[in-house]
Design a protein around this ligand. Structure first.
Ligand code: NAD
Ligand code: UDP
Length: 314
């Protein structure tokens, strides 16, 4: 590492978003340290980067303290799909809360700038639509999604308290549903589920009547916004929504996946999981003005890339 090179820590760097972020930051000439416990991430996600001498990978759980010297931290460690975060809900809350405390402690000691990968789930099942950052959300504190939603909300609280109390240089991004290559084929998220089902001519499982909405952002757009946020002016803490405001019902998504993959699958309807948000769409005015960012990839183009990836994979 040269003395003017950024030394960047990415927790959760072996996961879906983390591996794309690692790839992008390495391509910009940075020195990257990935820390991951490989709960949902895989070494395979980083395999194509392992020959790069600017990359270092450590198996470590962020619920335990970590002593390294870095000047930027992206805190992404946390399972993101409902199936995975509900597998061991206590560990999910610990990962968000203890993980935030440990990484903020590291940022405080090293004076590193730290970015938290928060989520649109902090808005819960929203009564305000689309959701601006000023909306405080409607979250069930005791439901099956709470380990994730409340864990992420508490992490945001910790970020802002470290900022106020210790002047820690923080950035908080609220990520809306993001999809693309390297999503885990079995993680239960809707885009990967529908594509894998369509490619295998299995039934497409819509939960509920398919009228609930989500707004899907392609991974390249998301990574671009994350890096822009990290490098934004000092004093701009966020929270800032990042996502693609184009909103679709799950039925529209299923039909688009069927068409783009030339699938013979048929749509079936299954019960809606509890606390499943009815609608979700980011207001991205703040990202537009503060970051000069807007998403470029529309859902159809992003799905084509993602379908091509899953075709190679399965
Ligand atoms: P992912 O499950 O693919 O990645 C999470 C990574 O964190 C994995 O590599 C996993 O092994 C690692 N991890 C989990 N617990 C850990 C622990 N205790 N210690 C160390 N590593 C641990 O999920 P993703 O989609 O890449 O999400 C990355 C981050 O972005 C998460 O914090 C998630 O909450 C946030 N986010 C993602 C989305 C999305 O649509 N993908 C939306 C909102 C927020
Ligand atoms: N969903 C669905 N079929 C599936 C998987 C998910 O209809 O096979 C629905 C789910 O109920 C939710 C939406 O798709 O309304 C998005 O689910 P996902 O788990 O991808 O993300 P989140 O609910 O966290 O936004």
């Amino acid at each position: 590492m040269s003395f003017n090179q950024n030394k960047i820590l990415i927790t959760g760097g072996a996961g879906f978003l983390g591996s794309h972020l690692t790839e992008k930051l390495l391509s910009q000439g940075n020195d990257v340290l990935v820390v991951d416990n490989f709960f949902t991430g895989t070494k395979q996600n980083l395999a194509h980067l392992l020959g790069n001498t600017n990359l270092e990978v450590i198996r470590h759980d962020v619920t335990l303290p970590l002593y390294v010297e870095v000047n930027q931290i992206y805190n992404l460690a946390c399972p993101a799909s409902p199936v995975h975060y509900q597998f061991d809900p206590v560990q999910t809350t610990k990962t968000s809360v203890h993980g935030a405390i440990n990484m903020l402690g590291l940022a405080k000691r090293t004076r590193a700038r730290i970015l938290q990968a928060s989520t649109s789930e902090v808005y819960g099942d929203p009564e305000v639509h689309p959701q601006p950052e000023s909306y405080w959300g409607k979250v069930n504190p005791i439901g099956i999604r709470s380990c994730y939603d409340e864990g992420k909300r508490c992490a945001e609280t910790l970020f802002f308290d470290y900022h106020r109390q210790h002047q820690t240089d923080i950035k908080v991004v609220r990520i809306f549903n993001t999809y693309g290559p390297r999503m885990h084929p079995n993680d239960g998220r809707v885009v990967s589920n529908f594509i894998v089902q369509a490619l295998q001519d299995k039934d497409i499982t819509i939960y509920g009547d398919g009228s609930q909405t989500r707004s899907f952002c392609y991974v390249d757009d998301l990574i671009d916004a994350m890096i822009k946020t990290m490098n934004s002016e000092k004093g701009f803490t966020g929270p800032v929504n990042i996502g693609n405001p184009d909103e679709f019902t799950m039925l529209q998504l299923a039909e688009m996946v069927l068409k783009l993959s030339n699938s013979k699958s048929k749509i079936i309807y299954q019960p809606l999981p509890s606390d499943d948000p009815k609608q979700r769409q980011p207001n991205i005015d703040l990202a537009k003005t503060k970051l000069g960012w807007r998403p470029k990839v529309n859902l159809e183009d992003g799905l084509k890339e993602t379908i091509a990836y899953f075709k190679r994979m399965i």
